[in-house]
Design a protein around this ligand. Structure first.
Ligand code: ATR
Length: 275
């Protein structure tokens, strides 16, 4: 049965594209439920506000920064992946209990073509740039896909903590060796926010000696083609931005709440590209 009231919570939450995505599916399927909303939730009174939303009949909440750890802590029951990441992006409130899940890692996996997973990730060396919240999901996903993940972060201590938390047996890559690691990777993903602001250039790597078969992924989707992806394009490499991951993590939340499988149609992609 479809969950009647759903929303995304964040602080701030104005920028979120989740309402466009979920309302597209709600309308396309003709579900007789309330439109998906966005609600600002102040972290300092998080638990009280969640309990209020629950009392108001909200059955499903997506959670964005900086509330994912608080959402993990308030959950009565959490999925295996949420426990691993200590982070929840999908709350289900319809039963008596608060159930927490995390669809970011599966969203990343589902955003990838099967061929890319087989040829560039499984049993291959991969390189992740960044050690923030989204890097955690990506590193976990790549590890689950059987890749040998290496991690670089501007602040190496954060990379070391991430690797330790996810029980990955490798040391953070230093800036002085990053190009060597990049040149031996078949998949490289940028999870840093570098390149999101206009005029910002992601020059963490030199693309000069990257193998021609290497797949380049940037979680940034606005701009559609970041400076990182522009360098990949100039080199003639295969590349992808983060829009598909955004849609796929939403699709997994939608399925948890409504028990309906939805996907990334061309119509939805062009809707999001033109918001
Ligand atoms: P998210 O939740 O999207 O992952 P985050 O947790 O704020 O965002 O993490 C941002 C990431 O981008 C971090 O890895 C950050 O590096 P630090 O840990 O050293 O702060 C990285 N980042 C942000 N600006 C950067 C810059 N100018 N150069 C390199 N890395 C940068």
């Amino acid at each position: 049965m479809a969950t009647d009231k759903t929303a995304v919570i964040g602080f701030p939450v104005d920028h979120s594209l989740s309402p466009v995505i979920h309302n597209h599916w709600i309308n396309a399927l003709g579900l007789n439920i309330k439109p998906y909303e966005k609600i600002s939730v102040d972290p300092s009174t998080f638990n009280e506000q969640i309990n209020n939303l629950k009392a108001e009949g909200y059955g499903g909440l997506n959670v964005t920064v900086p509330l994912k750890e608080l959402a993990f802590n308030i959950s009565d029951e959490t999925s295996g992946v949420s426990k691993k990441l200590k982070s929840v992006n999908t709350l289900s409130l319809s039963s008596g209990k608060i159930n927490g899940d995390n669809t970011d890692a599966v969203g990343f996996i589902n955003s990838l073509d099967k061929k890319t997973i087989e040829e560039n990730i499984t049993n291959k060396k991969t390189l992740v740039l960044g050690a923030g919240g989204s890097a955690r999901s990506v590193v976990h996903a790549l590890n689950e896909l059987g890749s040998q993940v290496r991690l670089y972060n501007r602040t190496p201590e954060k990379a070391a903590i991430l690797l330790n938390d996810l029980s990955i047996n490798s040391s953070p890559v230093g800036i002085e060796e990053i190009d060597d690691y990049a040149n031996s990777s078949s998949f490289i993903v940028n999870t840093t926010s570098l390149g999101q602001k206009a005029g910002e250039h992601n020059n963490i790597l030199s693309f000069e000696n990257i193998e021609t078969e290497t797949f380049i992924y940037d979680l940034i989707y606005n701009p559609k083609r970041s400076s990182f992806l522009e360098q990949a394009e100039t080199k003639g490499l295969k590349f992808q931005n983060g829009l598909r991951m955004l849609i796929e993590q939403a699709a997994s939340s939608f399925q948890i709440w409504h028990e309906i499988k939805v996907d990334a149609s061309n119509e939805l992609i062009s809707l999001l590209e033109n918001v």
